[in-house]
Ligand binder design. Sequence first.
Ligand code: MN
Length: 492
Amino acid sequence: MSTEAKSKLIQGSTGAWEVVIGLEVHCQVLSKAKLFSGASTEFGADPNSQVSFVDAAMPGMLPVINKFCVEQAVRTGLGLKAQINLTSVFDRKNYFYADLPAGYQISQFKNPIVGEGEVLVDLPGGEVARVGIERLHLEQDAGKSIHDQHPDSSFVDLNRAGIALMEIVSRPDMRSSEEAAAYLKKLRAIVRYLGTCDGNMEEGSMRADVNVSVRKPGDPLNTRCEIKNMNSMRFIVQAIEYEARRQIDVLESGGRIKQETLLFDTKLCETRPMRSKEEAHDYRYFPDPDLLPLSFEQAWVDEIAASLPELPDAKKARFTAMGLSIYDALVLVAEKETADYFEAMLAEGVDAKAAANWLNNEYFGRLNKAGLALSAGPVSAHANSEIIKMVSENIISGKIAKDVLDILWVEGGDPRSIVESRGLKQVTDTSAIEKAVDAVMAANPDKVEAAKAKPTLAGWFVGQVMKATGGKANPATVNALVKARLGIAEEG
Ligand code: MN
């Protein structure tokens, strides 16, 4: 076993344990209308204001499939490099709950629209892990029960009832909480690039059920528990860590794991049982008699495939081929918006590595500090490109470039005019720099002697001259002049 795999193991009193994780992720389809009705899916509307007779399960109402939602499922399947099934079947999943007026959810059981695929997960250090996708199926969302509005009544909001969900089921291929979080992050990036789901976890458009089991390395899979309805990466990591440790403790004290459904208590940071897991056949799945099997042509799938955007993996490969580090490439492809911004800078003719360094070290740092999304940032791709160009054209130094960015951040405006009007142009006039070098040396004769004996001290003079010229001197010129005055040979 590699050291990498070993380091993910969890130590117990009887030795090392491996945690095995699989995710079932519900992604809300980015569609204006619901899966089987024309009611709106807009988030945040007044309760029960977006409910058609179909969603309310009025007797005699018939569901009609929304072709757009089907297209989004196919699109997502293609993005997961998955098998697209030209024929799939909608089944009724029967259970009783107040927020499910029909008494069943329309889902896909035996014949989902999308079969096996894969997601390549980017891990810290540039490592890539492959997570298998078992299936993607289309289903309706349920309504929402509200228990905290009245002392002795519960309310039901059916706005969400009938909204299209894509349930994406992974293989149990993840071996640590970090891998699970990285998988979810990648899945979110893919659906956002595809535009099939907004990936907004706070609003619940992406929610994960997390299956966790533990085993001794090399052993067969153990009984798993399912942590329901997680919609925060941070809590998913905490829940997996707590749950793996809990299962190890149970097994090491001679107990057995009971298959059950758990909830994660975010205040106590622990999992606890929700209800004992119903067996799948308790749902009495059967094909919905109101809906024909869903079928479409391969030609339609090919048409959708042709319209797919470049996805994160392909972008990452293209960016690293331009000389970017894997780390820089991953930061840039994490969100489509970020990649687009970077590419807008490349289109301005800026060097790829210079643009990546500038964004990752300077601009994104300022955005993070201010808590701003890139779209809300005050500096355009064009303006950032102009700053970098002025550095490569030797108009300003790297230090002044940062000052220009700070000015733009607060005041806006055109970078070249700012440099012009504030006299920030780099001093390349050798005689002016020579004067500054001589002045610093005249004021520090002891340091001159010391630097002659120990050439590494020359850097101190460079710093002083840069300071004296307000950062406007060309650093290479300063360096050369200082060395010449000290009688130190230029290397190289
Ligand atoms: Mn589901």
